[in-house]
Design a protein around this ligand. Structure first.
Ligand code: HEM
Length: 410
């Protein structure tokens, strides 16, 4: 198929494209970015689930491209997300302890506190930028505290994380990504040097201890783990909150229902994840060998992605998939993936999303969107589904006039 997906029009209306392609091609070869080799993409729920559970699709590029140089790979490819068993199990178990539902429940009070501080700062303002003023700071402060990295550096993290998940046809973009990766690595180097001398009661110090123990974690894997946690913590829950509020604003009857019955919040979060989840595509997978899958012949090394967003709008599984229905009975959505790479941060993301949206609606029950929907621009990324916002340098906000998710608070 010669469709180049990475066009602004695609990111503005991906669900229309999915609706057309799904009935004809459950699993299709698509050009994601011009100039880059075609990729296989799973579009139906059945194909998506099958890819995520099939061990013939591997995550570690070194497993299929033994000659690839380390220089060509990002340091994050040493993390669990790009590892296969048995390394995957070892890497995941080192971090897992900090993310069990019980551990996350303990963070509830602190997340509520952070959300309250943010709404206090919004009081008295007529208009707020929901992403910059609210959706972004909450998950970022939480993940920084959990890891033990300074939340004040969050704009740098945001810049570096954006570089890893966005994609652009412009050749200078890759130079910028490389420069950002160098800055990110240097930052981690300094952070680690400091933590090794002054360890604390945080995840980073625990990972350093595992690395210093010798056989549990290599230094490259330590870098990979830190980068993964920072990127996962910066790029996902912010969009759960923002996409969620947007979905509620565009379905006023559902918003009304939620305000009248706050106990519907858990179902609302699941439905928001399904309806317009923050992770549109899975991360990279490769065919470990040549084989036939869903009637298509794959060659060893073929690049494979799963459109989680398309799978979660498949009418074969979800009735009226293009409607937000916060009272859906059952939602086996794939927003957090499936199989061994199922999102480690899911309990944290759910709790943060729930507290953030509840606190906002409780404090500003009359909140309304005051940006025309046509003005909203979606980010050009194959991983993240999120609105563009005046990221990074605040002083550029007014110069750039980037449309953002603005809301009227009362
Ligand atoms: C609403 C927010 C989030 C969504 C929708 C989400 C979604 C996902 C998805 C789809 C995957 C699997 C990717 C694949 O198989 O290719 C994943 C993996 C992962 N996520 Fe999340 N995520 C969210 C928040 C978080 C947070 C807050 C963290 C914690 C810092 C986190 C940490 C991870 C990690 C460590 C993995 C890799 C797991 C593994 O490889 O075993 N995520 N996430």
């Amino acid at each position: 198929m010669s469709i180049v997906l990475n066009k602004k029009e695609f990111h503005q209306e991906p669900y229309e494209f999915y609706k057309e392609i799904r009935p004809h091609d459950a699993f299709a070869k698509v050009k994601l970015v011009s100039g880059i080799q075609d990729s296989w993409v799973a579009f139906t729920y059945e194909a998506a689930e099958a890819v995520l559970k099939d061990e013939r699709f591997v995550k570690n590029p070194r497993a299929v491209f033994p000659d690839v140089s380390e220089h060509e790979l990002m340091p994050i490819t040493h993390s669990m997300l790009f590892a296969d068993p048995p390394d995957h199990r070892r890497l995941r178990s080192l971090v897992q302890r900090g993310f069990t539902p019980k551990m996350i429940q303990r963070l509830q009070g602190r997340i509520e506190e952070i959300a309250k501080i943010q709404v206090e700062q919004m009081k008295g303002k007529e208009t707020v930028d929901l992403i910059a003023d609210y959706a972004f700071p909450i998950p970022i402060i939480v993940i920084c505290e959990l890891l033990g990295v300074p939340p004040e550096d969050r704009l740098d993290f945001q810049r570096w994380s954006n570089s890893m998940v966005e994609i652009n046809d412009d050749p200078s973009f890759y130079e910028q990504v490389e420069a950002h990766m160098k800055e990110f690595q240097l930052y981690i180097e300094q952070l680690l040097a400091e933590k090794r001398i002054h360890p604390q009661d945080d995840l980073l110090s625990e990972l350093i201890r595992a690395e210093e123990d010798g056989d549990k974690l290599s230094v490259q894997e330590l870098y990979g783990a830190i980068m993964l946690m920072i990127v996962a913590g910066h790029e996902t829950t912010v969009n759960l909150i923002a996409n969620g509020m947007l979905a509620l604003f565009t379905h006023p009857e559902q918003l009304k229902k939620l305000k009248e019955s706050p106990s519907l919040i858990d179902g609302a979060i699941e439905e928001i994840l399904r309806f317009n989840g923050p992770v549109e595509f899975s991360t990279d997978r490769y065919a470990k060998e040549s084989f036939t899958f869903m009637g298509k012949q794959l060659q060893k090394g073929d690049h494979v992605l799963v459109s989680l967003a398309s799978a979660d709008h498949d009418p074969a599984v979800f009735s009226e998939p293009d409607k937000l229905v916060i009272t859906r009975e059952k939602s086996p959505h794939l927003a957090f993936g499936k199989g061994i790479h199922y999102c480690l941060g899911a309990p944290l993301a759910r709790l943060e999303g729930k507290i953030a949206i509840q606190t906002l609606l409780n404090t500003f029950p009359e909140i309304q969107i005051n940006t025309a929907l046509a003005n909203l621009e979606w980010r050009q990324s194959f991983v993240i589904r999120g609105l563009k916002e005046p990221a990074g340098e605040i002083e550029l906000m007014f110069e750039k006039h980037v449309p953002s998710l603005k809301a009227q608070v009362f």
